[in-house]
Design a protein around this ligand. Structure first.
Ligand code: 5GP
Ligand code: ZN
Length: 136
């Protein structure tokens, strides 16, 4: 993709603070971090989101996160992590090139990403599993 900032960063055309690189991925520090050490796993090939990402790359991205977490924990002395991955503008995705956020959390600061819990109705408890199973 010619005009994709993450294609350019992943391919090394635009420099970024890189924690890890192999043939298929580059892992960079987020330019607007939610917390110290906030990193992004970028596949080098362009896929807009998880809908487009091939299964093998999806699995590899999570494996890579699993490998990075202990190293980041030691390096940053953090206490926990969020793994966040936004799909679609409705979900807050601002860069349409698949990326997996690794967000370190620090006990003294609390979770970096929070939401307000709502309520799961009896109707949804019955209906949603049925509808999803029908579409799998
Ligand atoms: P999204 O909202 O799409 O899930 O996340 C996009 C993330 O990319 C944001 O956290 C934002 O700070 C980060 N970001 C956007 N542009 C750049 C950039 O040019 N360089 C780096 N390192 N991070 C970026
Ligand atoms: Zn791209």
């Amino acid at each position: 993709m010619d005009n994709c900032i993450f294609c350019k960063i992943a391919g090394g055309e635009i420099p970024a603070a890189t924690l890890y690189e192999d043939d298929e991925f580059r892992v960079i520090l987020d330019a607007g971090p939610a917390s110290r050490g906030h990193a992004l796993i970028l596949p080098k090939a362009h896929y807009t989101d998880l809908f487009e990402l091939p299964e093998d790359l999806a699995a590899k991205a999570v494996k890579l996160a699993k490998r990075l977490l202990p190293a980041m924990k030691k390096a940053l002395n953090c206490d926990g992590f969020h793994l966040v991955q936004n799909n679609g503008t409705a979900a807050g995705q601002t860069v349409p090139h698949y990326h997996l956020h690794i967000i370190p959390c620090y006990a003294d600061k609390g979770p970096a990403a929070v939401w307000t819990p709502g309520e799961c109705t009896d109707e949804d408890r019955e209906l949603i599993p049925k509808l999803v199973k029908e579409n799998l």
